[in-house]
Design a protein around this ligand. Structure first.
Ligand SMILES: C[S@@+](CC[C@H](N)C(=O)[O-])C[C@H]1O[C@@H](n2cnc3c(N)ncnc32)[C@H](O)[C@@H]1O
Length: 499
């Protein structure tokens, strides 16, 4: 703990030397200030937020919406270009392999830097990186299956397969760089690619993005999740992203107000004219509050995929029901626009597609304009639509091996287990989950007897338990969206019938 603290102090001093600053003053003013021993302290400080991302950044004073709160100069950004400039061997090896993607190259370059240990110029930064991640690519077979929803299991398996393929393709590059054997493993590759996936920020000159010391300490809030500043105004815009070029709140100029692109304002971006990554407060913050950044608009599954966490309340979450093949061909909307919103309401496109499908084929052409304008076709049509959507949700819910109530019980048991002092016999505690519990125990070699003490000694099992919990939390939220959809549909049917 003390060592961690010393590392952080050392890191903040190093970042101050690089010109990273949370000074509210403009560049020239701040440059003339006396040399600082920490890059933070004037607007932000590092703090722990166990319920919202762990380590993050807190306001050290009241912050105003739109205020500049952190600047990271270009020279402090870890990019492939920068790493190649510093390392001739890396540069030669990379140039021989133009077929590797930018992200593969940055991943290999990061591992190359890690291999240098203390002599790496980037060592103070590397020491601050998490030791492990919970992105979907780090889910094992058991954890992936625990997601229960076919599309989600498929995505987790695809993420793992992709990491493996990219690692194989990049291995000749890493071998030429003579990386230590432990850095040539798939495990090391998965760590480095999760670092890139969860921490890089968008830059205009490299699609792989950059690693941004201190800037990557900001935890995430969904766009739309906290749109109200303490001034009560609703912030404009959609998302920003660590890796997305859509910008969020900032002082909006008159020109931008009339420009549709003003919807792409964000709370952090690389600004060419100052040669730095600049971060702005997306709303007013009180002293002590966590200052959050929007990395983009993500469903919970996408957050899990790229960042290894999910939000309790995610306004952008969605659930999907399978449509009949004929329905897809009836409309020209992309499949991913046909979904159920977090509050259980069918998306606009889903509603339209089902309304059209519920209309007799010989009438579809004549009522097409009504459907496309979003108007109900008729009371009968609407009842058919709502009944169909509710039935599909119900069929899907019944196809899962566990119910909402059972998942809630499982989650509270996992919580108890995470408190390592509660030894328990999982098989007895959770008879309804025999298969799942057995799979957890056998994938972590924990069979037989009480498992509290065993978890204490097995780091791998504790990580698996945590990822299992993420998977169960995710599927529970998914099922709740389906249940809410059934309620919404029933309410609409009742309203129609009462007229
Ligand atoms: C860019 S880093 C943010 C800083 C990070 N907490 C740290 O200590 O380095 C992104 C990671 O922080 C965590 N994170 C960010 N926002 C979160 C949130 N709202 N809830 C839970 N975890 C979050 C996730 O692990 C994510 O991959």
């Amino acid at each position: 703990m003390e060592e961690e603290h010393a590392n952080l102090e050392n890191f903040l001093e190093w970042t101050a030397e690089l010109g990273i600053s949370d000074s509210p003053y403009s560049f020239t003013q701040s440059e003339s200030l006396t040399r600082r021993s920490s890059s933070l302290g004037l607007s932000l400080c590092v703090s722990d937020f166990p319920e919202a991302g762990g380590r993050g950044l807190a306001a050290v004073r009241d912050l105003q919406k739109g205020e500049l709160i952190l600047r990271v100069p270009k020279s402090a950004l870890m990019t492939t270009q920068r790493l190649m400039m510093e390392d001739q061997k890396l540069s030669v090896a990379v140039q021989k392999r133009p077929s590797l993607s930018s992200t593969q190259t940055l991943t290999a370059a990061l591992l190359n830097e890690v291999g240098k240990g203390k002599i790496s110029w980037w060592n103070p930064y590397i020491m601050q990186l998490p030791r492990s991640y919970d992105t979907l690519a780090s889910f094992g077979q058991f954890e992936a299956q625990s997601l229960q929803v076919d599309d989600a299991i498929w995505l987790a398996e695809k993420a793992l397969g992709k990491a493996e393929l990219e690692w194989k393709e990049a291995t000749p590059l890493m071998s030429e760089l003579k990386l230590k054997p432990q850095l040539l493993t798939l495990k090391a590759w998965r760590w480095a690619s999760a670092t890139i996936s969860s921490r890089t920020m968008h830059i205009p000159w490299d699609v792989a993005g950059c690693l941004c010391p201190v800037g990557d300490f900001f935890n995430y809030a969904a766009p739309g999740e906290e749109p109200y500043g303490s001034d009560g105004s609703r912030a404009q815009g959609i998302a920003s992203s660590l890796q997305d070029s859509s910008w969020y709140t900032r002082e909006i100029s008159d020109d931008e107000k009339f420009d549709p692109n003003s919807l792409r304002l964000m709370d952090g971006k690389y600004e060419e004219h100052v040669g730095a990554y600049c971060f702005y407060a997306r709303r007013n913050y009180r002293k002590g509050e966590q200052v959050l950044l929007s990395y983009g608009t993500y469903t919970n599954l996408e957050l899990l995929e790229h960042y290894g966490f999910l939000l309790n309340e995610n306004p952008n979450d969605k659930a999907f029901v399978a449509l009949e093949p004929g329905m897809y061909s009836l409309c020209s909307w992309p499949k991913d626009s046909l979904y159920i919103h977090k509050d259980g309401m069918p998306s606009f496109a889903l509603l339209l597609a089902v309304r059209l499908w519920a209309t007799p084929p010989n009438h579809r052409k004549s009522i097409g304009h009504l459907v496309y304008s979003g108007t109900q076709v008729s009371a009968e049509n609407e009842v058919i639509v709502m009944k169909w959507i509710a039935k599909e949700c119900d069929v899907l819910l019944k196809s899962f091996p566990t119910s909402v109530e059972q998942d809630m019980l499982l989650l509270s048991t996992i919580d108890k287990l995470q408190d390592l002092h509660t030894p328990m016999n999982l098989e007895k505690e959770l008879p309804a989950f025999r298969g799942e519990v057995c799979a957890f125990l056998s994938s972590n070699e924990l069979q037989g007897g009480r498992i509290g003490a065993k978890l204490l000694v097995s780091k791998k099992a504790r990580k698996s338990l945590y990822r299992w919990k993420l998977a169960v939390q995710w599927r529970l939220k998914y099922k709740k969206i389906l249940l809410d959809c059934i309620s919404q549909c029933s309410e609409i049917i009742n309203n129609i019938s009462s007229y």
